[in-house]
Design a binder for this molecule. Structure first.
Ligand code: NAI
Ligand code: SOE
Length: 384
């Protein structure tokens, strides 16, 4: 059988991770990349040993050999690039958030449905083996009724006023920053594990650093502390947000997000309190999960392929005690997407484990409701 031929648009921080994950699959070949200009495309193609380099993304999309396109560009380019990929009839794996807002995301979902392509959005954290296991346990009723869901996603990479990136600018990132960028992951995780929809939100935002120094180096996660030259920029988006949430079954909860908590790198955690027990999981120690009991000892479950339910075993490889982590979630997500494609499955008939444009749109509806709640200071229903 021929390998599936793939093109990647945008090879910055996360594009490089897609290259790594795709190469671990074995049954796909990266045949082309596109970058912001020809010189950069050629440099990246040489670095990654990818045969074709395009300085203009439509040329990659219309390369007749390319069957699937990954979009790893900043958020403001998702709508135009994704639209062209879908209209060319190619399958698409887009980075999150799907669009800059609900309207953009809805357009992409409608178009994807019309063209009958396979569509994925990279909400990769749901592909930790223990997250899939938690989802399965909840479905089996092991947790009981879901009562409370809470957690946070905290980072520190924008801690200094010298930290700068395109995510600071609403024209590129969207109206929200911490919520759209990492709160979107938290909402996807909460909905994936519980199987419940977030129905109503009440939010409060804070821009902790009102002015930032923009210099030449604005790479994602760059270190920039002694600047010789910079431009002072007023910040319009939130560094921190707190959100109270209601779920469709009456369960309640809350989460916070931050990009300015010193020492917190990718501190993404969730706790689900059920009527029988509690599950707690933290991404930075993603190979472990805590189970809390009212009567009887608490437990820490260590990821071990032999102890995961059968449906999750395809998302784990290393024996217990041999850590798996963040990079493996990309491989798992991409593997789920390409296996679905290879097996000729249809998203309209079967809900895959990976997030689709349906999920991308759903999360955009929540993000917009959160932004509206902060602006108006009221509870806002999530309109889907
Ligand atoms: P980045 O700034 O590191 O990389 C973006 C890349 O896109 C750069 O190489 C840039 O040259 C390229 N690019 C810009 N304009 C282009 C154009 N017109 N044509 C082709 N390439 C172009 O950004 P980063 O951090 O990689 O983020 C990209 C996307 O991935 C964002 O939507 C972000 O939200 C998402 N992301 C998702 C992550 C996840 O965990 N799922 C992690 C990090 C980012
Ligand atoms: C920056 O906040 C970032 O790279 C996000 O864009 C990703 O989605 C997250 O997974 C890690 O942090």
């Amino acid at each position: 059988m021929d390998k599936i031929k793939v093109g990647i648009i945008g090879t910055g921080f996360i594009g490089a991770v897609h290259v790594d994950a795709l190469r671990r699959l074995g049954f796909v070949d990266i045949v082309a990349l596109a970058e912001a200009n020809q010189e950069l495309a050629q440099k990246k193609a040489a670095d990654f040993m990818i045969p074709r380099a395009y300085g203009n993304f439509p040329d990659l999309i219309h390369d007749p050999d390319v069957q699937v396109v990954h979009n790893c560009t900043p958020n403001n380019l998702h709508l135009s690039i994704n639209t062209q990929i879908i209209e060319a009839g190619k399958h698409i794996f887009s980075e999150k958030p799907l669009g800059m807002n609900r309207d953009e995301s809805q357009k992409m979902l409608e178009l994807a449905k019309k063209h009958h392509i396979v569509h994925g959005v990279n909400f990769n954290y749901r592909m930790y083996p223990l997250v899939q296991d938690m989802k399965w346990k909840v479905q089996q009723g092991e947790l009981g009724d879901i009562r409370i869901v809470h957690g946070s996603y905290l980072q520190d990479w924008l801690f200094y006023d010298t930290d700068y990136n395109w995510r600071i600018e609403p024209e590129i990132s969207g109206k929200t920053r911490a919520i759209g960028d990492i709160g979107s992951h938290w909402c996807d995780l909460a909905q994936t594990i519980t199987g419940l929809k977030i129905s109503e939100v009440f939010a409060d935002f804070s821009t902790v650093i009102p002015f930032r120094k923009k210099s030449q180096n604005t790479e994602t996660f760059c270190e920039n502390q002694d600047l010789a030259a910079y431009e002072e920029k007023e910040v319009q988006t939130e560094d921190w947000a707190g959100v109270l949430i209601h779920f469709e079954n009456g369960a309640k909860g809350l989460f916070s997000v931050s990009e300015v908590c010193a020492g917190r790198k990718c501190y993404f955690n969730i706790e689900v309190n059920g009527s029988k027990k509690t599950y707690f999981w933290n991404q930075e120690e993603g190979d472990r999960m805590w189970v809390g009991h009212r009567s009887g000892p608490n437990a820490v479950i260590m990821r071990d392929p032999h102890q995961l339910n059968a449906g999750c075993r395809r998302y784990t490889f290393a024996p217990g005690g041999h850590p798996e982590g963040w990079l493996d979630t990309f491989k798992n997500n991409i593997q789920a997407f390409y296996t679905f494609l290879q097996e000729g499955k249809n998203i309209e008939q079967e809900k895959p484990d990976f997030a689709t444009f349906y999920d991308g749109y759903d999360i955009a509806c929540i993000v917009d409701a959160i932004a509206e709640s902060h602006e108006k200071g009221i509870w806002v229903k999530v309109i889907r």
